[in-house]
Design a protein around this ligand. Structure first.
Ligand code: DX5
Ligand code: ZN
Length: 217
């Protein structure tokens, strides 16, 4: 079986305390950090880029950093993000027509490759690249904002991928928390992004543990 990994999103945390919030998540059992990069063009919101990621990396040496690139030109940020210490570069296939080239370039820069699709994109669009990627991200909200409602109708994509690729890393992102984790686990997701549900939890460690145990069962 593929391993259950919990990667909290810091998007809705107190970003003036990015390091403290990130370290707290790791101390509370997060397996990796999911860093949401938005360019105000691919999605109608702005967050942060490689300079901020680099600063965070200078204080957190050993955690696995995934950047979720919600940007129109993913190719442009590969080198700067590699230099910033990113471990996995996950980008959306919708705005690009040279997915293979971008995947190759990401690997040349020593990072793992994640491929993401929005809720309206058919799973077949990303399935054709399964063999050249390390992970597929099935979005369970429209990308752009934390705290939105989980879209259960996206689970059909996760189920489809899990049926055909037992060892594939499949990530879900958007509206995932204790009340929706069962759906994700049953469908076969193994990399779980959770933002507001973890950040806002009374007991962060217990919430992360619950998410992991639900998926690992
Ligand atoms: C949405 C981001 C997600 C999101 C997760 O565009 O990609 O990572 O912030 O936050 P929640 O869990 O609150 O939906
Ligand atoms: Zn994300």
């Amino acid at each position: 079986n593929v391993r259950a990994l919990i990667g909290p999103s810091i998007l809705n945390s107190d970003l003036s305390r990015l390091y403290e919030e990130s370290q707290k998540l790791l101390d509370n059992g997060a397996d990796y950090l999911h860093l949401d990069v938005m360019d105000g063009h691919f999605v109608p919101n702005l967050t942060f880029g490689h300079p901020v990621v680099k600063c965070l990396r200078s204080k957190i040496k050993d955690a696995f950093f995934e950047t979720h690139m919600m940007v129109s030109k993913p190719e442009q940020w590969i080198a700067p993000m590699a230099d910033a210490g990113v471990n996995q570069y996950t980008f959306h296939i919708e705005p690009v027509n040279n997915v293979e080239d971008i995947c190759r370039k990401i690997k040349e820069h020593g990072m793992k490759v994640g491929l993401a699709i929005k809720p309206g994109t058919p799973v077949a669009e990303v399935e054709k690249y399964v063999n050249i990627s390390d992970m597929i991200l099935i979005m369970t909200v429209e990308p752009g904002f934390g705290g939105q409602k989980f879209m259960e109708d996206q689970m059909i994509k996760v189920k489809h991928l899990r049926e055909h690729y037992p060892l594939l890393n499949i990530e879900v992102d958007g509206g995932v928390g204790p009340s929706t984790i069962n759906c994700c686990a049953n469908a076969g997701a193994n990399m779980i992004v959770s933002g507001t549900a973890v950040i806002g939890a009374q007991d962060q460690a217990a919430t992360i543990k619950l998410l992991r145990e639900t998926v690992q069962e």
